[in-house]
Design a protein around this ligand. Structure first.
Ligand SMILES: Cc1cc2nc3c(=O)[nH]c(=O)nc-3n(C[C@H](O)[C@H](O)[C@H](O)COP(=O)(O)OP(=O)(O)OC[C@H]3O[C@@H](n4cnc5c(N)ncnc54)[C@H](O)[C@@H]3O)c2cc1C
Length: 375
């Protein structure tokens, strides 16, 4: 067996779209099924650290990212009143000419990846999924919801935290676990005083502001909430405003004053999942949140999913048997992905229990240092 000639990708989020793009760039015929009728993402910002910028460079979309998103150096950590606690360096791992940190609106990043995938030849089937995957050892026959059937050398399932493919392949694996925290997010006009990631740490809340373009920034607030629950839409604005009352730094005050019904305010309980390897059965492999969904404490969940796509395409192009390539992919990814999920979980625990701030700072530092390593 040489490089697979055909692949089906299930799920068109950041991981699946990146996998489709990277495989198509290597000459593989790729079909992608995305269950939503729109190939998009919801309106929130997402932090993109240096290692993720490096991955976007490998995918060939960094220029588009830099044109439409935000890139900057450094992260400042402050008290609720604005007293400096730490200035975290963000080394330029994507190249000397590329800042070491960034953020972008999710729909913008999704559009950049999707357009690159289509330009590389990926055929997207929107509003569609695979109902059956029949693996006969030499290939996988997939039946799609539109009634069509096709045969593929490999199937890449990137269908997210509640992956149906994972439940089908590995029915005994427990589902996601609630972390005890939720995150509030909002999008605001850019405050010129916010030109890089700025975090404010209160007693039981953490607030962050990040530019996402030359016009907008996003706000997030991590809150400890013992019970997993949703917040009704009409409570979003008053409750987020009330949480921010405790932060007296003028930049947070200003952000709070700008919040309105058009600020795309959302609240989401945070869940985590780490599936032990193997992540494949036969010729079907799981990537991204389907096997390693992290809470956002290291802002790297999307990054490691995009990296999965690159490493998977590299291994599948190595000329060996597909199943050997999938096992090699898992060996290359396990330590890094497990580190992100576990360390993010521990950071959340320290925040919930009011634990040791030094342990928190050291763990952040060690995790970001580890992520600088090449994939
Ligand atoms: C609150 C929050 C903040 C975060 N902040 C950051 C951050 O700042 N930086 C960062 O790097 N990461 C962050 N993350 C993590 C990041 O959002 C995820 O790791 C990433 O989006 C996962 O991408 P994915 O493609 O693996 O999965 P998903 O984004 O879940 O995509 C799965 C796709 O598959 C589709 N799908 C589902 N089922 C099927 C099916 N049966 N058939 C076909 N398609 C299907 C879905 O519609 C979806 O499009 C954050 C996560 C949360 C919850």
């Amino acid at each position: 067996m040489t490089t697979p000639e055909s692949a089906l990708v299930i799920g068109g989020g950041f991981s699946g779209t990146s996998a489709a793009l990277e495989l198509a760039k290597r000459g593989v015929r790729v079909d992608l099924v995305e269950i939503s009728a729109e190939w998009g993402s919801y309106g929130a910002g997402i932090s993109i650290g240096g290692p993720t910028l490096r991955a976007l460079r490998t995918l060939g979309v960094l220029d588009r990212y830099l044109a439409e998103g935000a890139a900057f150096d450094g992260t400042d950590v402050l008290t609720a009143e604005g007293r400096p606690l730490a200035a975290l360096p963000t080394p330029r791992v994507a190249g000397d000419d590329v800042p070491g940190n960034g953020a972008i609106m999710r729909p913008t990043l999704q559009r950049i990846l999707s357009e690159a995938a289509v330009a590389a030849g990926v055929r997207a089937h929107l509003g569609s999924t695979a109902t059956d995957l029949i693996d006969d050892g030499d290939g996988v026959t997939a039946v799609l919801t539109d009634g069509s059937r096709d045969r593929y050398d490999v199937v890449v399932a990137a269908d997210g935290l509640y992956s149906r493919t994972r439940r089908t392949l590995f029915p005994d694996i427990p589902g996601p676990r609630y972390s005890g925290q939720g995150v509030w997010r909002a999008v605001l006009p850019l405050d010129p005083a916010i030109d890089h990631t700025t975090l404010w740490v209160g007693d039981d809340l953490k607030v962050g502001l990040n530019p996402v373009s030359d016009r907008e920034m996003y706000l997030f607030v991590n809150e400890n909430i013992p019970v997993h629950r949703r917040v009704p839409d009409d409570e979003l604005l008053p409750r987020l405003g009330a949480l921010l009352e405790r932060f007296t730094d003028p930049r947070v005050r200003s952000a709070r004053d700008h919040l309105s019904g058009t600020s795309l305010i959302s609240f989401r309980p945070l869940e985590g999942l780490l599936v032990s390897t193997p992540w494949h059965a036969g010729r079907v492999v799981l990537i991204g949140d389907a096997v390693h969904a992290t809470t956002p404490h290291l802002a790297s969940g999307a990054g490691i999913g995009i990296e999965d796509a690159i490493v998977l395409a590299e291994e599948l192009s190595s000329g060996g048997e597909v199943e050997d390539a999938l096992a090699a992919f898992e060996r290359r990814r396990w330590d890094r992905c497990a580190m992100v999920v576990r360390n993010s979980g521990r950071l959340g625990e320290i925040e919930i229990t009011g634990g040791d701030r030094h342990e928190h700072a050291d763990l952040m530092d060690a995790s970001f240092t580890a992520l600088l390593q090449p994939i």
